[in-house]
Design a protein. Structure first.
Length: 96
């Protein structure tokens, strides 16, 4: 059950995160101004923006590392739900 029912899957997912990661996940997010990264390039661009466009940062590596940290800490059903809700373009970012 999410903390804010109208948030749906993003709220459910966020509620499962450890407090520090939950804060980063929610930082600057406004549920009524939804910006969705529909492509890998758009996701990587948003990550790149979040790290202040630091050329030393690899957005794909950051995405893979974050998912790799989350998977062992989340219930398997939650991981499956999030993965199912994502475009197939993102599926290979999850750890094997």
């Amino acid at each position: 059950m999410s903390l804010i029912p109208e948030l749906g899957l993003p709220g459910d997912f966020g509620a499962q995160l450890p407090p520090l990661i939950r804060g980063l996940y929610c930082e600057g997010w406004h549920p009524h101004a939804r910006v969705v990264a529909r492509t890998r390039a758009a996701l990587f661009e948003r990550i790149y923006d979040a790290v202040h466009r630091d050329p030393a940062m690899n957005a794909e590596a950051i995405a893979r590392a974050l998912l790799g940290l989350l998977v062992p800490r989340l219930p398997p059903a939650e991981v499956e739900n999030v993965n199912a809700a994502m475009s197939h373009e993102f599926h290979n970012l999850w750890p094997s």
